[in-house]
Unconditional design. Structure first.
Length: 101
């Protein structure tokens, strides 16, 4: 069951970051994840923190989707830790796909 919970956390972390950035702009974009890859490194035994540091990557794909009007996809990475600054318990790669509405 913890695989599913970690996968949901990765989806929310990356998706919410992208949605927040899209909402701060003036253009409406459709957001979907094209695919999902996960590496579960160790079973977490306490609270988990999800981190996505690909702010610049997401910003670039938003700009590209707005400029071209075409669907644009790019892989975005996130990871889960049990302590901030600690060793990752899981790593994720989600392909973010955006298109201007």
């Amino acid at each position: 069951m913890y695989f599913g919970v970690l996968a949901c956390g990765a989806d929310c972390t990356t998706g919410l970051l992208a949605m927040k950035m899209i909402e701060s702009g003036t253009q409406k974009l459709s957001l979907v994840f094209k695919d999902f890859q996960a590496n579960f490194l160790k079973r977490p035994e306490k609270d988990v923190y999800f981190i996505c540091e690909d702010y610049e990557t997401i910003s670039q794909i938003i700009s590209q989707a707005v400029q071209t009007g075409e669907r644009v996809s790019i892989p975005v990475r996130s990871y889960a830790v049990t302590e901030l600054g600690g060793e990752a318990v899981a790593e994720f790669k989600l392909t973010l796909s955006l298109k201007k509405k």
